[in-house]
Design a protein around this ligand. Structure first.
Ligand SMILES: Cc1ncc(COP(=O)(O)O)c(C=O)c1O
Length: 369
């Protein structure tokens, strides 16, 4: 599908939108379009980076052993099952590179980089489109699409719907895919924000050697500029994927930070506390403003205004809501470019208490306007 170029392709890109709606570039904005932990990075990060900077004079150790050991311990897998990557994004592109010229099934609507990576490596794409309100997936639906060598891309919890495919569905898909000789790629970039907090599929790696789990450290630790991620798979699959990775792909500063970040239990506990309080409050608050809200299992919400809200305008209800929120200082994430959503929905991040309250207040003004 073609992306409407008037809309930026990712969240956090306010400048083109301000220009488009005739607003000044210093228009004050609260960013609800990116899904980062609003607590920000742990406060010891800058001093740790400053100390690690001494090591910039050397190449990173090519196997990133210490970082991988910390990840393996946390995920309950062996060292050989871990590949450190330059953000979750590199993990996606490595998987595509290793399957160049093949075919993939992408369960839509989802993160647009799976399709972009497939296109970059001439992988033929078959989209399977799930529909609101529950975006449920019957594994039997994939029976015809999965073939020897096919890659199946899933995101869990899914960006942008915030839905979580049940573990039983995943196990059924993995079993079906194993029978067909295909591999299942599951992106867990937002798994740290799912309650209860034990939803990762890492334990399934012991049973399924056709499973590739993609992880990002960007979201939980609010460090998108550093580029930290990893993938987990069987040892032989990790070797296959590593063969496609440029040498020293992960910079020294990012690699040095992995172990202390994973060990910061206090930060993780604070994040969980914020999430447990704010998530149900915003979910209920958005619904109380008359929005249709997809029940969220992640740190963001997919919402749609009631369809009757725009009368006599060429603009859709969600485009009108997007613009009014922008004028009120709230940057939402549009959904143009997501198959099946096509701009009719908006994605709103869960932020800290005050910001969420301001979002709800802006929606109240919006209703009385
Ligand atoms: C589902 C999903 N996976 C992966 C990524 C990329 O993460 P990273 O910043 O670690 O490359 C994103 C970024 O938005 C995402 O939404």
């Amino acid at each position: 599908m073609t992306q409407d170029t008037r809309w930026p392709s990712h969240g956090g890109q306010a400048a083109p939108l301000l220009t488009r709606f005739g607003l000044p570039c210093d228009h004050p904005l609260l960013d609800f379009s990116t899904n980062l932990n609003p607590l920000g990075a742990p406060d010891w990060v800058p001093s740790c980076l400053a100390a690690a900077a001494k090591g910039l004079e050397r190449y990173p150790t090519p196997d990133y052993r210490l970082a991988r050991e910390a990840i393996a311990r946390e995920a309950g897998v062996s060292l050989e099952q871990v590949l450190l990557t330059n953000g979750g994004a590199e993990a996606i592109f490595l998987v595509a590179a290793a399957h160049a010229g093949g075919q993939a099934v992408i369960v839509q609507p989802t993160f647009t980089e799976y399709a972009r990576a497939c296109r970059a490596f001439a992988i033929a794409i078959d989209d399977v489109c799930l529909t609101p309100p529950d975006f449920s997936l019957d594994p039997a639906r994939l029976a015809v699409s999965l073939d020897r060598g096919t890659l199946l891309f899933l995101c869990r919890p899914n960006n942008p719907t915030a839905t979580l495919l049940p573990r039983e569905t995943i196990e059924a898909l993995l079993t079906l895919a194993a029978l067909r000789g295909s591999r299942v790629v599951i992106d867990e970039a937002f798994i740290d924000f799912v309650t209860p907090f034990d939803e990762s599929l890492a334990p399934l790696l012991a049973r399924f050697d056709n499973l590739i789990l993609l992880r990002s450290l960007t979201k939980l630790y609010a460090l998108p500029g550093l580029r930290m991620g990893y993938l987990l798979a069987s040892a032989s699959l990790v070797r296959e994927l590593q063969a496609c990775q440029p040498p020293w792909s992960v910079n020294h500063l990012a690699a040095e930070l992995v172990t202390p970040l994973l060990a910061d239990g206090a930060f993780q506990a604070r994040t969980r506390q914020w999430l447990s309080g704010e998530h149900p409050r915003l979910q209920a608050g958005l619904a109380a403003k008359g929005l249709e809200v997809i029940p969220s299992r992640a740190n963001f919400f997919l919402v749609r205004p009631p369809l009757e809200t725009v009368v006599g305008s060429a603009q859709t209800a969600s485009a009108a809501l997007f613009e009014r929120l922008l004028r009120a200082g709230i940057l939402a994430r549009h959904t143009h470019g997501f198959p099946g959503l096509d701009g009719d929905w908006l994605r709103l991040a869960l932020r800290e208490g005050d910001a969420n309250t301001r979002l709800l207040a802006a929606l109240s003004e919006e209703r009385t306007a």
